[in-house]
Design a protein around this ligand. Sequence first.
Ligand SMILES: NC(=O)C1=CN([C@@H]2O[C@H](COP(=O)(O)OP(=O)(O)OC[C@H]3O[C@@H](n4cnc5c(N)ncnc54)[C@H](OP(=O)(O)O)[C@@H]3O)[C@@H](O)[C@H]2O)C=CC1
Ligand SMILES: CC(=O)[C@@H](O)[C@H](O)COP(=O)(O)O
Ligand SMILES: [Mn+2]
Length: 389
Amino acid sequence: MKRLSILGATGSIGHSVRTLLADAPGLYEVEAVAGGRDVAALAETARALNARFAAIADPAAGRALAEALAGSGIASGAGPSALIEAAQREADVVVSAIVGVAGLAPTVAAFAPGRRIALANKECLVAAGTFFMAEAARQGTEVLPVDSEHNAIFQALEAGPRKAVEKITLTASGGPFRLKSREEIARAVPKDALKHPNWSMGAKITIDSATLMNKGLELIEAMHLFALPPERFDAVVHPESVVHGLVSFVDGSVTAGLAMPDMCVPIAHCLAFPDRIVTSCRRLDLVALGRLTFEAPDEARFPALALARAAMAADGVAATILNAANEVAVAAYLEGRIGFYGITDTVAATLDRINGGPAPASVADAMEADAQARRAAAVLLPKFSAKAS
Ligand SMILES: NC(=O)C1=CN([C@@H]2O[C@H](COP(=O)(O)OP(=O)(O)OC[C@H]3O[C@@H](n4cnc5c(N)ncnc54)[C@H](OP(=O)(O)O)[C@@H]3O)[C@@H](O)[C@H]2O)C=CC1
Ligand SMILES: CC(=O)[C@@H](O)[C@H](O)COP(=O)(O)O
Ligand SMILES: [Mn+2]
């Protein structure tokens, strides 16, 4: 039986992977699972999946994890070295689903000849995409996109040669504030921003969807995955989240990936590719849906898209800085320290503050630029305090 390891096993993507494994018993046995700080959830996941090894990122949680796994026969470890061990244990497929740039080092550590990375963590590609894709190719590691838009595009691209691709379009739901005024959005509290219209996801990506930074990050992610210049990528708002991505070819043909908004679908593709497995994922019923609608994104109310496009065009360290500042700002927003527009204001001010430079050429490079941007963003945050906005 093939072996699977799951980095970020206790999160939203981790849960969808569990659903898939239950749908397809016998497809994989689980080698390693890794999580951040939630010992109880990680121990429960490791036991339920009968994993051989469990790693927790929090270095102080090692004893608690070992105690929670007592009698199970599951080995465990804590801290950065344990995450790397989870990533490097013998496995055919590693699901990369840690949230944020924290996933970069373990994901790159998982690279090995003939191995597949099922990549949900888009921040890896935003922070260090040029290095990440080159290193994966150098090591003979296959990178398959789990992110719904990129997975749809990956499948749609099979319809023609890369040189015949005119344009790639990603769809965006528009988030919970699609129909709100700028004034209403400025007053939005985390409880409102966390109400995604279509997807149930972790807090960080849900806030990114509300600012539309998620689509900005995804444009950068797509540029690295599909190796086309920035101007070939576009985003369109599609509130139903049923068409996930489209590929326009030079002859006027367009292929698209459709599915109900259910992460089980792209995960099933990544786990079975090039085969297909029978799943319990939600099925598409066009008649029940009735209509599918599309509109242009409003870049005045949602400035994140323009920030991401500028970083994409700069083709250097700008995207690493954008990602780091966004992570700092989203955390501050969730803690009530800044207002909603404080997120994109912090990102813009951080990008203004730090001079550009070349794209990171290693994980260490990326983490150094990330740390510098985090320090700058932390200094700038008080300007955008929730009280001030
Ligand atoms: N959810 C979705 O539908 C989609 C998600 N993605 C991407 O997938 C990734 C995961 O998203 P999602 O599952 O929603 O996020 P969640 O917040 O639900 O889960 C995050 C996971 O990462 C772990 N984690 C957090 N911090 C660290 C750390 N410092 N070191 C190691 N592990 C850590 C968490 O552990 P713990 O539980 O202990 O905190 C948890 O297992 C993100 O990059 C997101 O953009 C992409 C497309 C869709
Ligand atoms: C499920 C998935 O892939 C998310 O990235 C999703 O796209 C977020 O929704 P938005 O389209 O609102 O950003
Ligand atoms: Mn997506």
